[in-house]
Write a protein that binds this ligand. Structure first.
Ligand code: C2E
Ligand code: CA
Ligand code: CA
Length: 423
């Protein structure tokens, strides 16, 4: 066998510069090695013209796996999962190839659903096992197990099981939405000066018949990756509005005014991006006879991913009387930027700051500054995750208006939340 030529993957920078400005095109001469088996992978190629041979080394010889021509793709396996090249590629004639970088692909794969990732990784695994098997057939003494055996071993791996579990969870969650296995709990928000309950945040719970209670962060993140968050969001609006009506009736039956009482509802990015979100929200409030003024929409900065649309939707909701709170404030990547460009009604300081409030001077300075900024913008602040009297006192002294946390109450089922109003 001829001596292995240098791997063009690692000397690619020179070639890329040489053919600039069209730097995503690479030209190879006949016989030139494009990459070698075992080298690290950082590019895939789409052949525009010419022929490329894919081969594996077998002892001193090589075994041809394929010959590819215009329109074919090669080198994609290694860049999908950052594994070393499982075969070599060599130009059989002068070739012109379009280059796809690993970074371009990695970002797309990272953001795809677990199911897509599993299917891709299984296909890659099968392909590699097959290449290794062909290689072993040509040199029987190496004794590589059959592709079926390596596949079974892979299916037992932790990575595979984790993704499989996500897929099962998604299927269970679909059933939960269908079978009404979801429920809402309510956590009170208190006026820190008077100590009275001014409203409740509705929080979603899932009691799965097989798994027990599933953590909201886990199943909500999964629902957001799929479009399941949309039917869940409809369910949530429907039930939150129906319960708001019950809170009102309860307050009125006790001769108390319900005018300033509110429910905070968490709205996910995907819900907010529906073109008819506002119309759905209005229809829902009308169905249940509740006022926009009694509903706060809690959104995170992620809604600004699609900035123009988000600002437009927020404007529509606020014009109709809904208040918009910016949740988890301080954890995003450009909170202040959005505050300047989009009017909102309230800042909700993230609990990570509150938890360190009495142990970290820096957290205290930051919380004080957030409250000051909000005050100057004419916005009230809500502190969430208050667990100790010391945290509450500090927040009060800083001028924070509203508090929420285990110090006052955990999230409660509706009946207990109603009872709390009687105390
Ligand atoms: P979040 O909106 O920041 O909700 C506050 C979370 O903090 C709740 O967790 C609540 O139980 C918890 N919490 C309240 N007080 C304390 C405290 O004093 N200490 C500590 N350590 N935690 C406290 P939960 O209910 O587990 O919800 C977690 C997250 O799941 C929520 O964070 C929200 O992002 C999401 N989520 C919950 N319900 C919904 C929903 O209906 N819709 C959407 N889109 N997201 C929801
Ligand atoms: Ca929230
Ligand atoms: Ca929050």
């Amino acid at each position: 066998m001829e001596p292995a030529p240098p791997d063009s993957d690692s000397t690619g920078l020179m070639a890329d510069i040489a053919i600039a400005p069209d730097c995503n095109i690479r030209l190879f001469t006949a016989g030139e090695t494009i990459f070698t088996e075992g080298s690290s992978a950082d590019k895939a190629y789409i052949i525009e013209s010419g022929y490329v041979e894919i081969f594996v080394g077998v002892g001193d010889d090589s075994l041809q796996l394929n010959v590819l021509g215009a329109g074919d793709i090669f080198g994609e396996m290694g860049i999908i999962d950052a594994s070393p090249r499982s075969a070599s590629a060599r130009a059989l004639s002068p070739c012109r190839c379009l280059v796809v970088s690993a970074a371009q692909v990695a970002e797309r794969i990272e953001s795809s659903s677990p199911m897509v990732r599993l299917f891709i990784s299984m296909s890659l695994h099968r392909n590699r096992a097959y290449n290794a098997y062909l290689k072993a057939l040509a040199t029987p003494q190496t004794g590589v197990p059959s592709p079926a055996v390596t596949e079974k071993a892979y299916a037992r791996s932790q990575q595979y099981q984790q993704i499989l579990d996500d897929i099962k969870l998604e299927s269970d969650l679909q059933n939960a939405v269908r079978n009404d296995d979801l429920s809402l709990v309510y956590q009170p928000l208190l006026d820190l000066t008077t100590g009275t309950v001014v409203g409740f945040e509705s929080l979603l719970r899932w009691q799965c018949p097989q798994r027990g209670a599933v953590m909201p962060q886990r199943f909500i993140a999964l629902a957001e990756e799929t479009s399941l968050i949309l039917p869940m969001g409809d369910w949530l609006l429907e039930h939150s509005c129906a319960d708001l009506r019950r809170f009102q009736t309860h307050l009125e039956s006790r001769g108390q005014s319900s005018a300033s009482f509110f429910i905070s509802i968490n709205i996910s990015v995907r819900q907010f991006q529906q073109p008819d979100f506002f119309e759905r929200l209005m229809a829902c409030t009308q169905r249940h006879g509740v006022d926009a003024q009694q509903i706060k929409l809690e959104v995170t900065e992620r809604i600004f991913l699609n900035e123009v649309e988000a600002i437009d939707s927020i404007g529509k909701c606020r014009a109709a009387g809904f208040e918009v709170s910016l949740d988890d404030f301080g954890t995003g990547y450009s909170s202040l930027n959005y505050l300047e460009r989009c009017e909102i009604d309230c800042l909700k300081i993230d609990q990570s700051f509150i938890q360190k409030l009495c142990s970290s001077d820096r957290a205290k300075i930051l919380v004080g500054s957030i409250i000051d900024i909000a005050r100057q913008l004419g916005l009230p602040t809500v502190a969430e995750g208050i667990e100790t009297p010391a945290q509450m006192e500090t927040l009060k002294s800083m001028g924070c208006a509203i508090g929420q946390g285990f110090l006052f109450s955990p999230p409660l089922p509706l009946a207990e939340a109603l009872a709390l109003l009687d105390r």
